[in-house]
Design a protein around this ligand. Structure first.
Ligand code: GLN
Length: 312
């Protein structure tokens, strides 16, 4: 049900946002031209507990494109459809230590390093079940909606913008196709990936989606089992090691929770067995992660002792 006025957890989220009011470093991503139009003052913070209660502060209902925050969930769907062995035969589970758009592939196999970088995500979206690209994307859109607990839609303007300017991803996909690690029609496969990145979500959605992973694959709001517990666990493990790209080690040291960022300014965090968090603030640091999103997660982890490696 609705959160009562004056609720203490909402007050904590309000306080974290207030503490970061003056942090205005960074710029919204502009390499996808349409993302450069984002309002840099938007700032939302949501938390969803495993009993399905959603708490929020600020711009929690403003839609934005999921971008790379879609990647863990599409990885989860690929695991559900193909099983872990077949998926890992096609995409690694090692942090790359490189940027999200890294061009490095495994020598010999052409296998991308992990499903959280663009190259790996292009492969995982090609592994979701479906006999045509349209069927595969329909499964992805339905699956992301099951994680969020409501039907989702695509931002067609962002999709068109990325498709028109996505030459680096196009180059990655053609390299992988040449190496044999990406099969099928490259342009059709890229269209599925670009559409997946352009799915609209809110901060509240991110909290519910990550609470679904934190709860072992059951959406705590709808009660629907979206993926098997084992697959949710695999996804969180890869988020923990690779989710923040070449900032993943620092992130694990400071925040200590599996997370995934996207260039729209989104960060999703899952504390296994506890809750999911969504943060949204468009200005990014140089690695493509939200400046205020990172700071909010640092504060939450420190103030409430959320680090997974904490002994007492
Ligand atoms: N759609 C974006 C891209 O492929 C996703 C990158 C991101 O969010 N880090 O460049």
């Amino acid at each position: 049900g609705p959160v009562p006025a004056g609720d203490p957890l909402t007050g904590l989220l309000d306080r974290v946002r207030a503490d970061l009011r003056d942090l205005d470093d960074g710029e919204p991503a502009s390499y996808i031209p349409e993302l450069g139009r984002a309002d840099p003052t938007l700032f939302g913070l949501s938390l969803c507990t495993l009993d399905g209660q959603v708490y929020g502060s600020g711009d929690t209902a403003v839609p934005f494109t999921a971008q790379s925050v879609s990647k863990p969930f599409v990885f989860a769907l690929a695991l559900a459809d193909q099983g872990v062995e077949d998926v890992l035969a096609r995409v690694g589970a090692e942090p790359s230590g490189e940027a999200f758009n890294s061009i490095r592939l495994e020598p010999g196999t052409g296998r991308p390093p992990n499903p959280m970088v663009n190259a790996g995500a292009i492969v995982t979206s090609s592994l979701v079940a479906g006999t045509t690209p349209d069927e595969r994307f329909a499964r992805i859109l339905d699956g992301l909606g099951a994680f969020a607990g409501r039907p989702l839609a695509v931002d067609e303007a962002v999709y068109a913008s990325e498709r028109a300017t996505g030459d680096r991803n196009r180059a990655l996909a053609y390299l992988m196709h040449n190496a044999g690690s990406l099969t099928g029609d490259v342009e059709e496969q890229l269209a599925v990936y670009f559409r997946q990145c352009s799915v609209l979500v809110t901060c509240d959605d991110l909290a519910v989606m990550h609470a679904t992973l934190a709860g072992g694959g059951v959406n705590p709001v709808t009660g629907e089992r979206v993926v098997a517990p084992r697959h949710a666990q695999h996804v969180l493990a890869v988020m923990a090691t690779c989710g923040m790209y070449d900032a993943s080690g620092q992130w694990m040291l400071r925040v200590g929770m599996p997370a995934k960022s996207g260039v729209s300014g989104a960060i999703g965090v899952a504390l296994p067995g506890q809750f999911g968090i969504g943060v949204f603030s468009p200005p990014l640091e140089e690695k493509g992660n939200s400046v205020r999103g990172i700071a909010a997660c640092h504060l939450l982890s420190d103030q409430f002792g959320l680090h997974l490696m904490r002994a007492t």
